[in-house]
Design a protein around this ligand. Structure first.
Ligand SMILES: CC(C)(COP(=O)(O)OP(=O)(O)OC[C@H]1O[C@@H](n2cnc3c(N)ncnc32)[C@H](O)[C@@H]1OP(=O)(O)O)[C@@H](O)C(=O)NCCC(=O)NCCS
Length: 203
């Protein structure tokens, strides 16, 4: 079935391309040095750099080693997905720094939940190492979730990832008592199993 969010992207020749970028959002003070934007092809080398850094061993989903083709696939298949119930939203919110010429600082992902309602999302996020520990991600998540009134968000954080758990708690997520899970980690990223905690937030 055709994804309705791609229909608006049909080009004159019938091929699909990314829609117009969404309107940029500057974070509220004191984080107004950062803004939310859409993914661009000029970000692909930065994604390759970051997903091959420590993130390769922290994040479950991105392939490793990560290539420019993987970035192109993410751009073409996920990043620009739109959600008809929430006009002006997209799947991948690129966080950029004004004083660093708009460099990609990180991404906050609002991923549709397969098999669940159009109001049900999974949240994911990361920052480049040099931008961590400054309180940026709680400000980003708060701003992004404001764009999804009435939506239900789920998020998972590894048991040992206290920074990620704190982000969720600061943003009003609740720990789900019986939601703990175990994931088989990809062999390319070290293999083994890891324990995750589940959090939810009704916006
Ligand atoms: C997790 C992450 C998104 C947090 O974003 P951030 O903007 O750095 O978050 P903050 O600066 O608000 O820091 C989070 C809080 O956790 C605390 N924290 C961070 N690491 C910690 C650790 N190892 N132990 C205890 N507390 C820790 C910080 O002190 C801060 O708490 P505070 O505000 O009370 O001082 C960011 O560190 C990151 O991108 N990490 C790598 C990718 C990742 O883990 N993604 C999430 C996968 S589930």
């Amino acid at each position: 079935m055709t994804n309705p969010s791609t229909l608006e992207n049909t080009q004159i020749d019938g091929s699909l391309g990314p829609p117009e970028p969404i309107q940029e959002t500057t974070l509220p003070s004191p984080f107004d040095e950062y803004f939310l934007s859409s993914l661009a092809s000029s970000d692909f080398p930065r994604l390759v750099e970051l997903y091959n850094s420590d993130l390769a061993f922290i994040l479950f989903s991105p392939p490793y080693p990560y290539t420019l083709s993987d970035a192109q696939w993410f751009n073409d298949n996920c990043a620009h997905n739109r959600f008809p119930s929430y006009p002006g939203t997209q799947e991948a919110w690129v966080i950029r720094s004004k004083s660093h010429s708009g460099i990609l600082v990180g991404i906050c992902g609002t991923h549709p939940h397969p098999g669940k309602s159009e109001q049900h999302f999974r949240l994911g996020y990361f920052l480049a190492p040099e931008f961590r520990g400054k309180g940026i991600m709680p400000a980003v998540v708060t701003e992004v979730l404001r764009k999804f009134p009435g939506a239900l968000f789920e998020a998972e954080a590894e048991v040992g990832n206290l920074g990620s758990q704190k982000v969720l708690e600061k943003c009003g997520f609740q720990y789900v008592e019986d939601g703990d899970s175990e994931k088989s980690w990809p062999v390319s990223k070290g293999g083994g199993t890891r324990q995750f905690l589940k959090f939810v937030k009704q916006c």
